[in-house]
Design a protein around this ligand. Structure first.
Ligand code: HEM
Length: 384
């Protein structure tokens, strides 16, 4: 199978053989590799991963916008197949994933997305703002006031988790448990664990799944004012309601997507601003620049370096012939790290339509857009 996927005598093979996302120098800083690949071989086959790697903004954008040709079915699978013993343990541990949002295609995706959007009301988003402000102010005051702190450990690690927990209806004291589950999942999905490590990680992942399942069962019995309960109640005309397993899958996804991404974002923003002090000082003088600064860091220091799709038929991507059924690794970190001028104004990305500011320090338009985006996305980043 692996050999069949390989492009015959193609220049992409050379880049593919050099591509090693599990070790330095890529792990320490993938951006030099991104720049070279974009310029020399923007789409290449990695025989080691058995993935086609896509590096350019316009190709990735096109892939996200064409679900018929590019399925999301592989987005939550381990990057490398797990050993039979780990697979067995995972099933025995009660792990029963179903396609819902991240890992599904229209029309199934459209149905779940519609019901999830009904459950995640603007009222719920608006009601969160005072809580987020108060929690952030309290965390900064309690943890950062001694003059010395680790900004990731003491702030970025649990702040977003506490927010999404409030949305889902999870007690604050479960942060460490959920973060440990999310870590098992991350390492299994995106790492290259050996068989012993896989056995350990699948146990953490199954426990993480059961945690979501128990939460859903408890809300099915006693409804509360939280998103988990609202997902169980969501209805839209003749659309079949979400069943317990689907709600478990959505909660399971949010217990990862709803905080790991933002933890990365907060860390990246603070690191950038504290090493490039002029930006920090400018923001201290004018806090209205914050939304634009966040968006810029998302652009050149992506919280999600890579994402995935699978081809449904043979297709050409950026000049490369890719067979049907091929796994694609979309290097989002590479795609968005290009100069603003390389994108069309108002170019659409997978998470919305982002106007690029034209002044170096940000514009009203961008700030207004970020506000609109935050209000309208209802926690769901998206294709639709
Ligand atoms: C820096 C912050 C974030 C980034 C960079 C990010 C990025 C992404 C990306 C790349 C996808 C995959 C889109 C696709 O396959 O089409 C995604 C999906 C998703 N994200 Fe986020 N995300 C962030 C924050 C969040 C937060 C805070 C939440 C929840 C509160 C969230 C919930 C979701 C959900 C539910 C999906 C699946 C949406 C669907 O398939 O319709 N994300 N996100």
């Amino acid at each position: 199978m692996r050999k069949q996927m390989k492009a015959d005598g193609d220049s992409s093979v050379h880049e593919g053989e050099r591509f090693d996302p599990f070790h330095d120098p890529y792990l320490a800083d993938p951006y030099p590799f991104f720049a070279e690949a974009r310029a020399v071989t923007p789409v290449f086959y990695s025989p080691d991963l058995d993935y086609w790697v896509v590096t350019r903004y316009h190709d990735i954008r096109q892939i996200f916008q064409t679900p018929k040709l590019f399925s999301a079915a592989n987005t939550l699978a381990p990057l490398q197949p797990i050993c039979p013993a780990a697979g067995h343990l995972l099933a025995e541990g009660g792990f029963r994933p179903v396609p819902t949002l991240t890992n599904s295609d229209p029309p199934g995706h459209t149905r779940v997305r519609r019901l999830a959007t009904i459950a995640f009301t603007p009222r719920r988003v608006a009601a969160m703002e005072p809580f987020v402000r108060e929690l952030t102010a309290r965390s900064v005051e309690n943890r950062l006031s001694s003059g010395r702190a680790d900004l990731v450990r003491d702030l970025a690690w649990d702040l977003p988790a506490l927010v999404i927990f409030r949305v889902l209806g999870i007690p604050d004291e479960d942060v460490a448990r959920v973060k440990a589950g999310a870590e098992s999942r991350l390492l299994l999905m995106w790492g290259r664990p050996n068989e012993d490590q896989q056995i350990r990680l699948v146990q953490g992942m199954a426990a993480f799944w059961r945690y979501a399942e128990t939460l859903v069962a408890s809300r099915a019995e006693h409804r509360r004012d939280d998103f988990t309960s609202d997902l169980l109640l969501a209805r839209d005309g003749d659309l079949p309601a979400l069943n317990h397993q689907e709600v478990t899958q959505i909660v399971y996804e949010l217990l990862f997507a709803g905080h790991e991404t933002t933890t990365g974002l907060i860390g990246n923003v603070l690191r950038r601003l504290l090493t490039e002090r002029h930006g920090w000082e400018e923001i201290c003088r004018d806090p209205s620049l914050i939304p634009n600064a966040i968006e810029e860091v998302l652009r050149f220091d992506s919280s999600i370096i890579a994402w995935r799709r699978k081809t449904t038929e043979a297709v050409e991507i950026g000049g490369a012939r890719v067979p049907a059924g091929a796994n694609l690794l979309l290097l989002l970190g590479s795609a968005t790290a290009i100069p603003r001028s390389s994108r069309t104004p108002n170019a659409s990305t997978s998470i919305g339509t982002m106007p690029r500011s034209t002044s170096p320090s940000g514009s009203e338009r961008t700030i207004a857009w970020v506000r609109r985006w935050l209000a309208s996305r209802r926690a769901l980043c998206s294709r639709s």
